[in-house]
Design a protein around this ligand. Structure first.
Ligand code: NAD
Length: 279
């Protein structure tokens, strides 16, 4: 399914950053929108901005980590628009620090939002897309961290790599059924957003990394530019959406290290001379 006017897109984490960028691009393409986020005032701000663009948009405060709330989101979307065509599982949070110093509650929050949020989205919406019997598209926001592990980002690496695995599995499963539902996974490097505000780092190492990431994210790709690339990829039915090309060297080194059974060596992905440094 390509991004035609009139289609209904559900976007989680729609009140800020990448989700807001996706919502604006969807609105420019004439889609009808259901935006979900924990942040009610943020949702209202985005709703008003999209309304001035002439978009049909409804919002629902939702914690994607809570299955009943995601079920309510599906009911809400169907009540308003009768159907759903595109699902963006995009809400996410950040956590830095040494793996063993991150608390149980911090690990749990990352798993609940970054992984369970996507699982809940798939469990609640894919049966609806299948029942509708026409095209659909599930787009999961993972990260560069979904393909490459960096130190001091354990829960982020773990949850994002799980989202990549889940996306690939879903793609194969829908293919087995011959269902006309496409799947894409977005693996961006730094994108200018508010994500570092969600970081609950509590040690010096986490603090240092947090400052480094903060700088990279502040000067990262704009959500508007990212959203354009994402919708082009949706139209082309691409599974992999890798907006930052510079990290492919690091990915190649990782795969080579696996195939040659050599120990992994961490190197910051190349940033020099690149407009958008990979995260
Ligand atoms: P952001 O903080 O600007 O937006 C994330 C949104 O998700 C916020 O509005 C927040 O309120 C919402 N959210 C957080 N927890 C939620 C929950 N439990 N339920 C519903 N909504 C919740 O950050 P962003 O960078 O736009 O993040 C969007 C996605 O992009 C995340 O999955 C993130 O991991 C991913 N990502 C970001 C970058 C980057 O550099 N910004 C890079 C790669 C991947």
């Amino acid at each position: 399914m390509s991004s035609q006017p009139g289609l209904v897109a559900v976007i989680t984490g729609g009140a800020s950053g990448i989700g807001q960028g996706l919502a604006e691009e969807a609105a420019r393409r004439g889609m009808r929108l259901v935006l979900a986020d924990l942040d009610g005032p943020g949702l209202e701000r985005v709703r008003v901005a999209l309304r001035t663009m002439g978009a049909e948009v409804v919002t629902k405060v939702t914690d994607v980590g809570q299955l009943p709330q995601v079920e309510d989101l599906r009911k809400f979307a169907v009540e308003h628009f009768g159907s759903v065509d595109l699902l963006f599982n995009n809400a996410g949070v950040m956590q830095t620090g040494y793996s063993w110093e991150i608390s149980k509650a911090q690990w749990q929050r990352m798993i609940d939002v970054n992984l369970n949020g996507v699982i809940h989205g798939i469990r609640c919406f894919v049966p609806l897309l299948l029942r509708q019997g026409r095209g659909g598209h599930v787009i999961n926001t993972a990260s560069l961290a979904g393909l490459l592990s960096s130190p001091l980002l354990a829960p982020y690496n773990v949850t994002k790599q799980a989202v990549v695995a889940l996306s690939e599995t879903l793609h194969y499963e829908l293919g087995l059924l011959g269902a006309p539902i496409a799947v894409s996974v977005i693996c961006p490097g730094p994108v200018a957003s508010a994500i570092m505000r969600s970081n609950q780092h509590s040690d010096a190492a986490g603090d240092d990394l947090s400052q480094l990431l903060d700088g990279r994210i502040r000067t990262g790709m704009s959500p508007t530019e990212l959203a354009k690339l994402v919708f082009e990829a949706i139209d082309a039915k691409h599974f992999w959406i890798l907006p930052h090309k510079t990290f492919k060297g690091a990915l190649e080194r990782r795969v080579r290290s696996i195939l040659e059974e050599t120990n992994p060596q961490f190197r910051m992905p190349e940033v020099q001379g690149e407009e958008h440094a990979p995260q």
